[in-house]
Design a protein around this ligand. Structure first.
Ligand code: AR6
Length: 174
């Protein structure tokens, strides 16, 4: 597997699947979620509503992932995952790791070989960037998957630098 870092907007990525940092409702929000729905158009929300009406009546649980169409995005699919809200008093890293593992598992089911990830939970959900990057890179590296090309798409220099440190192992021991 090849892991690359890109600074930019995940909605512009020409990959098989883009991962959305969604919330349990699957009905949209701010951040990456807002950008994906805005640029991808109403077909994504229509698929999300169908998922709510069928398998996910109570919402998509934290740490899980599910696919929809990518609508008008260059990608073929959006894989929605729900990251944990950061907590200083409780270790939720396993749930964050699960987002990456489950997204890759769904990508495998779809036959996707290239996948773009945002820094899940590192925005509105408040996860410190270095820790979010270490979990993201470590989990993707350790995953057993058919995906060949993983692209972390980071919004801004600070996030890019954190992922670069994680990728080079310069962030120190966990
Ligand atoms: N492309 C790539 N990265 C982006 C983009 C973009 N277009 N927009 C923001 N980021 P966030 P979360 C970065 O808040 O923390 C939503 O309301 C951003 O700078 O999108 O998992 C959902 O509905 C940050 O580094 O996701 C949930 O309610 C990273 O993407 C909640 O936010 C993730 O930030 C999820 O919060």
């Amino acid at each position: 597997m090849r892991i690359t870092l890109v600074q930019g907007d995940i909605t512009r990525q020409d990959v098989d699947a883009v991962v959305n940092a969604a919330n349990s409702s699957l009905l949209g929000g701010g951040g990456v979620d807002g950008a994906i729905h805005r640029r991808g158009g109403p077909a994504i929300l229509a698929d999300c509503r169908r998922l709510r009406a069928s398998k996910y009546g109570r919402g998509l649980p934290t740490g899980e992932a599910v696919a929809t169409t990518a609508g008008e995005l260059p990608a073929r699919w959006v894989v929605h995952t729900v990251g944990p809200v950061f907590s200083a008093s409780q270790d939720r890293s396993e749930l964050l790791a699960s987002c990456y593992r489950e997204s890759l598992r769904v990508a495998d089911e779809l036959g996707a070989v290239s996948v773009a990830f945002p820094a899940v939970s590192a925005g509105i959900y408040g996860w410190p960037l270095d820790d979010a990057a270490r979990i993201a890179v470590g989990t993707v590296r350790a995953a057993s998957t058919q995906v060949e090309d993983v692209r972390f798409v980071l919004f801004g220099q600070e996030a890019y630098d954190a992922f670069e440190r994680a990728l080079s192992g310069a962030e120190g021991a966990p």
